[in-house]
Each structure stands twice: as structure tokens, then as C-alpha cells.
Design a protein around this ligand. Structure first.
Ligand code: ADP
Ligand code: MG
Ligand code: ZN
Length: 634
């Protein structure tokens, strides 16, 4: 059999010969096992056929036979020992009888034959003695072969060549990823850290000579869409070593032990390729804390995680394998993973600040026809809190808008419109509001705006609209003053009041609330809950944080705190919300004139922003006296 030489094709992903061989062996094994199945079955059938005696002629009963013997009509007899038959000739041709295994019958017959003077032969049939062992062995072989096939099929990666098939782990050859650090912006610290890894892998001796400890595991953490995966791909493009990439969810399997086997295979291959980089995306899929898993009884997950821990311990810092991982949920990772010697370095990949956002916008504007008037600095200022993915989306959305409107350039106006789309979903121009709805939504949005302006802890109101977007009836867009890192208790209380401002306004004007305020209310409640549970801002509980015990994955929740604390939390949330609504109402009452004018203008023009909005908000008193008029629980 001529074998083709297996030189990897240039350019494409090049599996190591090792992997290729293993995959080939497995495929060959599976082929043989499957081919063996019909052969074995054929053997067995033949055996069954052959083992049952086949003798021609008439079958006689024993009593008939004895009668015939006595009458002298039997001419010959052959005793087939194993078949327990006697065959022979009689006056009408061939005959056969079965005699069973009883000694007495045999001796009876032989003596009858002797009496009748019939010479008989005994045939020992030595081959047929093999029937019993063979008829036990063959079915056993068939079963074993079947199990072997199942085993091969269910082993990681199935038949496509272990865990290293197309969909699972991928090995990127040097230079395969075209992405570099220049394609990532706004996350300078992370880039610096990864550049160090690149340099180390480029000349490990230099680092080792310096006695520098190079991290074995680096964990990228941060909100989704901020560039973790992108950074890893950039590292792959920058580093001059092989890069293995796999997603944590690829290790998640139903069969106990399969995930662990995949981890083992993955690392075994990686180690042979050292120096190299191993990237595990979405690490939380395997690295979920074991206590949290216990709720769901996840044996398989635990086995997989344990294997990962074992593998991470199994090579030392000088081995040239650097493990990079990414997750949005570092909080649910098993603490064992974060111990020194495993993922000992954590790198935050957070939302970019204004300069970073401008740089990201610039990256994504490359190759798009941007008009002269585009001012990315301004766009960056308007997009506080946007992730890199959001910003990419803004530029893309603007390009789409330009195309749709038959323009061949992306203008600044289109970018601004795209921001709003990304924030709130595409504008629904087609929906027609009834006059009552229009008025109610206008008062609702004006309520938000007035309360936000009146309370010092709220963001500036940037735009107000009663044109429906996404789910809400209208929207009030707040512009945060800057990239705020922390918020104070009073700022949060003000924000909750402004969230309830829409509801308060509806009640003030129409005497009742509508379902349009549901989303605001949900948001306000969750903010209040976070104040107490996450930020320790409770007045009653003191410096205390109550984290419910969640298993995140299956949504199992255990309280993690006592009934008493739970009811205190509820009471305090209600108190915060009640007070906030009162403060919102008070702010509206104190600025009734401005509130009415704002709402009426809004009904007329539908959307208010810039100078027109500022003019209407100007008369609103930002207040110290308001707060003293209503008792706050601060
Ligand atoms: P994560 O893995 O953190 O959830 P991704 O790396 O998948 O996020 O980011 C998704 C997309 O968003 C990227 O492909 C890229 O287009 C864009 N993006 C995100 N962060 C950045 C950034 N810092 N610089 C440039 N583009 C970014
Ligand atoms: Mg990602
Ligand atoms: Zn609202």
C-alpha cells in the first residue's frame, strides 16, 4: 500500500505530525473494528450452521429403528459421537435418528445392533469439539468489537481526529493570524503585559538568565466586547511561536471523563510544541467554582476542572508554555485556578476611556470612506461606557446608514445617529401614537429630565424624545460627565429618584401610573438592591455585603444570608424607593412651570436636544433646599 507523504500544506493550519498520526491511527482502528464486525458475524453464522448436524435421508424414531433392526432391515450404522446421531442405510435408503445423550439409550441401541448383526462404526468428529468454545468465543468477540467501536466514536473529537479536529482546538501556525497589537486600542496595560509574553517566548534564555519569573498563566478579565479575544488573536499574530486556541465550552461534555481527557490531550499536544501559547477562551465554562457546582452535582465539570488544575501544575515556568485565558466572570472561577503557579497574573481588559475610545473608533474607521467633517473626538466623548464591540458597531451602523441613504461617505451626523441606534435600538418611525399616549410619554420623559436636572447626583440630560425606540415609549438620554470610576451613595439615591421621575410625573399629571414605567422601576429596584447587597451602603446593616449564593450556570440560588437580613434588605429597598419617589415628586412640584413647558414642547417637536433643551432646563433649580424639604434616609 503506497502511502502519500504528509507534508503539511503551506499556509493552512498545520497539525503537528504527532496529532496527524494519532488521528490516522484512530481512524484506521475504527475502520478495522467496523470491518471486523460482518466477518465475525459471518463466522458465527457458519459455525451455527455447521454445528447443527446435517444428515440426509429419513428421520426414524428410536422405536421404529429398533423394530427395523429386529426385522433385519438395517444395513449399516454410523454413530456420530458429538452430534448424538446415528446414520446409515436401510432397505428404503438413508436414515438418521437422534439419540440424545443418555448412555442407557446408546447401550440399548448398540446391543440391539449387535443382536441384529449390524456392524456399526463410531465417528469421533474431533473438529466438532471446538464448537462449544467457539460458540462462546465468537459472540463475546462481536460484543467486544461493538464496544470498541462505540469507545472510538465517543472518545473526544469523535472520528475527526481527537480533540484537535476542525471545530475544537485550533493550532495557528506562526504568522497565520494577521491581527496585531495595532488593531487593539484602549487597553494599553493588557497590551504591555502580552508584549512581555511575546518577548519572553522570542528569547526565553535572556529572561531566564535575568532570573525573571515569567508568568505561567495569564487571565484576561473584563466585560464582554472589550477585546479579550481580540487581544489573544493579536498575541497570536505577534508571537513567533505556535498558538493553540480552544474555548472552555469545548471541554464541557455530557460523558464523565471526556472533558478531562480533552484537557489532557490538549495539553499533551501543546507541550510537544513548546515554546508555544495556549489560549482558553471563556474559561468560566470549565473553571466554575466547585462549591457552586455542587448544587447541580456536576461530576463531569469537576473532573474537567481537576484535570485542568493538574495540567497547569504539570509544567514549570521554564517549559515555554504560556497559558492565556479569558473570562467575563472572574467572580465565579474556582479559587484554586487563581493560586500562584496557575493563573497567577490577572489582567483587566476594561471599557476604554475617552482617548482609548477615540483610538478604537479610528481603528474601525480604517478603510471606510469617512467624510471630512467627522470628528472622532466628539463621538468618543458621547460614547462613555461603550465597549470596543459597541464602538465597532457604531462605525458599522453609520456605514450601513450611509449606504442605505445612498451616500458614499460616513458623516458625523450619521455617526451620532448610529450611537443612538446602538444605545437604544433602531428608531421606529412607523409607529403612530395616540394623543393620550403622546402626552403621557412626554410628561414621563420630561419628569426624568426635570428630576435629573434638579438633583446634583444625576448625569446631564443630553437628549429627550418621545419617538419610540426598542421597548420603551420614549427615552431620556443622560450624558455622564466623565469616565466615573466610583459612585457615592447620594449620587445613587439621586439616580434612583431620576429613574422614578417618569413615574412620579405621570402620577402628578394624570393621577395614576402606567405600565410604561415598568422598566424604570425594575432598574431602580435593582440599583437599590445593589446599593445594599453589593456596595454595603445600607444604613441598617452597616458595612456588610450580602451576596446570594448562585450557581450562575444553572441559575440555582441559595440565599447565603439569613431570613432576618433578607427582610431587612427588602424593607430598606422599599424605603429607598419610597423616599426616592417622594424626592422626585417634590422636584417636579418645585419646578412645575419648567416641567409643564418641557412636556408641552416635547409633545410638539417630539425630540429635544442641544440648545433648545438647555434653554428649557435652565430655569430648574438645582437644589439644596429640596433635599431638606423631604426627609431623605441618607
Ligand atoms: P471579548 O472577547 O472581550 O468579549 P472581543 O475581543 O470578542 O470581546 O471583541 C469583539 C469585537 O469588538 C472585536 O472583534 C473588535 O472588533 C471590537 N473590539 C473590542 N475591543 C476592542 C479594542 N480594545 N480595540 C479595538 N477593537 C475592539
Ligand atoms: Mg471573547
Ligand atoms: Zn422612563
Amino acid at each position: 500500500m503506497a502511502r502519500k507523504s504528509k507534508t503539511p500544506k503551506a499556509g493552512g493550519p498545520t497539525p503537528t505530525p504527532d496529532i496527524e498520526d494519532k488521528a490516522k491511527n484512530r481512524r484506521r482502528g475504527l475502520f478495522l473494528a467496523i470491518a471486523a464486525l460482518p466477518v465475525l458475524a459471518l463466522f458465527y453464522a457458519t459455525l451455527l450452521y455447521w454445528s447443527s448436524p446435517h444428515t440426509g435421508g429419513t428421520q426414524l424414531r428410536i422405536d421404529q429403528y429398533i423394530t427395523l433392526l429386529r426385522q433385519g432391515r438395517i444395513q449399516s450404522a454410523t454413530i456420530l459421537e458429538t452430534d448424538n446421531r446415528i446414520t446409515g442405510k436401510y432397505d428404503r435408503g438413508n436414515y438418521w435418528i437422534t439419540v440424545g445423550t443418555r448412555e442407557t439409550i446408546f447401550s440399548r441401541l448398540t446391543s440391539a445392533m449387535e443382536d441384529a448383526g449390524v456392524a456399526y462404526k463410531v465417528k469421533q468428529q474431533p473438529l466438532k469439539n471446538l464448537i462449544v468454545p467457539a460458540s462462546m468465543l465468537l459472540p463475546a468477540l462481536i460484543i467486544v468489537d461493538g464496544l470498541f467501536i462505540l469507545f472510538l466514536i465517543m472518545r473526544p473529537g469523535g472520528t475527526d481526529g481527537m480533540g484537535f479536529g476542525k471545530s475544537k482546538a485550533k493550532r495557528l501556525a506562526v504568522g497565520e493570524s494577521k491581527i496585531t497589537f495595532a488593531d487593539v486600542a484602549g487597553v494599553d496595560e493588557a497590551i504591555e503585559e502580552l508584549a512581555e509574553v511575546r518577548d519572553y517566548l522570542g528569547s526565553p534564555d535572556k529572561f531566564l538568565a535575568m532570573g525573571a519569573a515569567v508568568p505561567k498563566g495569564i487571565l484576561l478579565t473584563g466585560p464582554p466586547g472589550c477585546g479579550k479575544t481580540l487581544l489573544a488573536r493579536a498575541l497570536a499574530g505577534e508571537a513567533n511561536v505556535p498558538f493553540f486556541t480552544i474555548s472552555g465550552s469545548d471541554f464541557v461534555e455530557i460523558f464523565v471523563g471526556v472533558g478531562a481527557a480533552r484537557i489532557r490531550d490538549f495539553f499533551a499536544v501543546a507541550k510537544t510544541a513548546a515554546p508555544c501559547i495556549v489560549f482558553i477562551d471563556e474559561l468560566d465554562a470549565v473553571g466554575r467554582s466547585r462549591t457552586a457546582m455542587a448544587v447541580g452535582g456536576q461530576d463531569e465539570r469537576e473532573a474537567t476542572l481537576n484535570q485542568l488544575l493538574v495540567e497547569m501544575d504539570g509544567f514549570d515556568a521554564g517549559s515555554g508554555v504560556v497559558v492565556l485565558a479569558a473570562t467575563n466572570r472572574p467572580d465565579i472561577l474556582d479559587s484554586a485556578l487563581l493560586r500562584p503557579g496557575r493563573f497567577d497574573r490577572r489582567v483587566g481588559v476594561d471599557r476604554a476611556d475617552v482617548r482609548g475610545r477615540e483610538a478604537i473608533l479610528k481603528i474601525h474607521s480604517r478603510g471606510k470612506p469617512m467624510s471630512e467633517d467627522v470628528e472622532l473626538t466628539g463621538i468618543a466623548k458621547r460614547t462613555v461606557g461603550f465597549s470596543g464591540a459597541d464602538l465597532a458597531n457604531v462605525v458599522n451602523e453609520a456605514a450601513l446608514l450611509a449606504a442605505r441613504r445612498g451616500s458614499n461617505q460616513v458623516t458625523n451626523r450619521l455617526l451620532v445617529e448610529a450611537i443612538e441606534r446602538v444605545v437604544a435600538g433602531p428608531e421606529k418611525k412607523s409607529r403612530i401614537l395616540s394623543p393620550q399616549d403622546r402626552s403621557r410619554i412626554a410628561y414621563h420623559e420630561a419628569g426624568h429630565a426635570v428630576v435629573s436636572t434638579a438633583l446634583p447626583g444625576c448625569d446631564r440630560v443630553g437628549k429627550l424624545s418621545i419617538v419610540a425606540r426598542g421597548h420603551g415609549g420614549g427615552f431620556t438620554w443622560m450624558v455622564p460627565e466623565g469616565d466615573q470610576v466610583t459612585v457615592t451613595r447620594s449620587q445613587l439615591l439621586d439616580r434612583i429618584a431620576s429613574l422614578l421621575g417618569g413615574r412620579a410625573a405621570e402620577r402628578l399629571v394624570t393621577g395614576e401610573v402606567s405600565s410604561g414605567a415598568t422598566a424604570d422601576l425594575e432598574h431602580a429596584v435593582s440599583l437599590a438592591r445593589r446599593m445594599i447587597a453589593d456596595f454595603g451602603m445600607s444604613t441598617n446593616l452597616g458595612p456588610y455585603i450580602v451576596k446570594p449564593f448562585t450557581d450562575g450556570y444553572q441559575g440555582q440560588i441559595g440565599a447565603g444570608y439569613s431570613e432576618r437580613i433578607a427582610s431587612e434588605i427588602d424593607a430598606e429597598i422599599q424605603e429607598i424607593l419610597g423616599t426616592a419617589e417622594d424626592r422626585a415628586t417634590a422636584a417636579l412640584v418645585a419646578n412645575r412651570g419648567a416641567f409643564e413647558r418641557l412636556a408641552v414642547t416635547l409633545i410638539e417637536v417630539e425630540t429635544l436636544e442641544d440648545d433648545a433643551l438647555d434653554q428649557l432646563l435652565l430655569p430648574i433649580s438645582s437644589t439644596g433646599e429640596l433635599d431638606s424639604a423631604v426627609t431623605t434616609n441618607a
